[in-house]
Design a protein around this ligand. Structure first.
Ligand SMILES: Cc1cc2nc3c(=O)[nH]c(=O)nc-3n(C[C@H](O)[C@H](O)[C@H](O)COP(=O)(O)OP(=O)(O)OC[C@H]3O[C@@H](n4cnc5c(N)ncnc54)[C@H](O)[C@@H]3O)c2cc1C
Length: 426
């Protein structure tokens, strides 16, 4: 990393003091941060910038999103949240990731609850009914059993025989007499969650103001950022949280080890004339296709994997939806035959930003990108990207780490496993 006075230095206290000076043209009393993207990553960073900034500091956070809140992959995701791989292996730093994501969910729920005080009650954003993972083959069963032994106490994995699985989800038909049940796993309604998280950020600004601390401001701009240089000098730091479109910025184009992968999710609904609703306590289901239950008569089924696609549009043509159903339905019907009664009610899609595989699994890309962007700039530039297919698990803790690193301009606050991608040759 470059060590000129204009770059974001790592570590030394003297360099931190130097970097905390506002860029030229900025009021010395107010430090401004830009967060590009209002998906899981961007909103988590915005929340933590506000939450972690020194009490008496005056800070302003500007969020830019060309499509508004949840306009990218976050808004169309299945909303499934648990700290395991598909084979029930505990993921890297899973306990931290899991607990910080739950903290953000609670903050979002609290914001919605306070807004709904005078109405009939909040629309739920989190469904706490667990997730059920039937074993699909003998090899799969051995692996799942083995991995499940190291589960987190806060997100347990229980082994169920078919009778127990059918008690939870009548009509389920696991191919072997074993399913793995994570009772504490949740699934969220992604659009409602993101709106609620933004509301939580707005409430936090008000609370901090009311407590007599420094002035905090939060602004959401529904506009596209075409190049980073357009923001140059306006901000102390710019945090790029643009998901699969991060490398469409000319400054980052071809410099990030990300692969893109489009995924389609189908909404299935139970017709009015069918009485057998999905049980109110029934978990979501993970198999070769997942079923993210949203309510007794509505669920999402996903998802497809179209590698190298650059199509980030949430819109799905009739042809693309037909292809997705052809691929997903047989996989879902194999474990949950009752699905034959459900009807297709629409589809949406998103583009994942897939990071490279490391010895610790596929980890998001974090860090200061001043050295990639080049010299002669007065703002610092940071990247929080490559959340792959686990944005919900990673957004809480990594968003917090990102905000801490940005506020103190110290990249060393980020574990090296998340910044080591910068050493890869592009
Ligand atoms: C089909 C599908 C299902 C998934 N299911 C799950 C799941 O069940 N659980 C889970 O944890 N993860 C899931 N994921 C993965 C998850 O959605 C991603 O990891 C996560 O959304 C990434 O969040 P992000 O904030 O980095 O990116 P995004 O959500 O894509 O946010 C980027 C934002 O930047 C904005 N933007 C882009 N370019 C510009 C620009 N130039 N100027 C201004 N704004 C811009 C976009 O509008 C967008 O809102 C799924 C993904 C897909 C595609």
């Amino acid at each position: 990393m470059a060590s000129s006075s204009s770059s974001c230095s790592v570590g030394s206290p003297s360099s931190l003091t130097q970097r905390h000076r506002p860029p030229p043209g900025l009021s010395p009393s107010c430090v401004r941060y830009a967060v590009l993207g209002a998906g899981f990553a961007g909103l988590s960073v915005a929340w933590h910038l506000l939450k972690q900034s020194p009490k008496d500091s005056n800070i302003r956070v500007d969020i830019y999103d060309e499509a508004g809140i949840g306009g990218g992959a976050s808004g169309v995701s299945g909303g499934l949240l648990h700290p395991y791989s598909p084979k029930a292996k505990l993921l890297w730093r899973a306990a931290d990731c899991w607990s910080e994501s739950l903290n953000l969910l609670s903050a979002a729920e609290a914001a919605v609850a306070s807004a709904a005080q005078n109405s009939d009650g909040p629309t739920p954003i989190v469904r706490r009914r667990g997730i059920l993972r039937p074993a699909l083959s003998l090899k799969n069963l051995v692996l799942l059993k083995d991995n499940a032994q190291s589960c987190l106490a806060s997100c347990r994995i229980e082994t169920l025989d078919n009778d127990a699985a059918q008690n939870l989800v009548p009509g389920i038909s696991p191919p072997l007499d074993a399913s793995f049940y994570m009772p504490e796993a949740v699934n969220i309604h992604p659009q409602r969650y993101l709106q609620a998280l933004f509301l939580a950020c707005q409430n936090l600004v008000k609370e901090l103001r009311a407590s007599g601390s420094g002035v905090k401001e939060l602004h959401l701009h529904k506009s596209s950022v075409h190049k980073l240089v357009d923001l140059e000098g306006e901000y102390q730091a710019v945090v790029v949280c643009l998901g699969a479109k991060a490398d469409m910025l000319p400054e980052l184009c071809g410099r990030l080890p990300l692969r893109t992968c489009r995924g389609v999710v189908a909404n299935l609904q139970l017709p009015d004339d069918i009485g057998e609703e999905y049980p109110s306590l029934g978990p979501s289901i993970l198999s070769d296709a997942w079923l993210a239950v949203q309510g007794p008569r509505s669920l999402y089924m996903g998802s497809t994997w179209e590698w190298k696609s650059r199509n980030s549009s949430p819109d799905v043509s009739a042809e693309e939806a037909g292809e997705a159903l052809k691929e997903l339905l047989p996989k879902a019907l194999a474990v949950y035959p009752v699905l034959k009664d459900w009807k297709f009610a629409g589809a949406r899609a998103g583009l994942r930003a897939m990071p490279p595989l490391t010895p610790h699994g596929s980890l998001p890309l974090l860090g200061c990108v001043d050295d990639i962007i080049g010299e002669n700039r007065s703002s610092n530039y940071w990247l929080f990207g490559g959340l792959g297919s686990r944005g919900l698990l990673y957004h809480g803790w990594l968003g917090k780490l990102m905000a801490q690193a940005v506020l103190s301009c110290n990249e060393e606050l980020i574990p090296h496993e998340l910044t080591s991608w910068k050493k890869l040759k592009q």
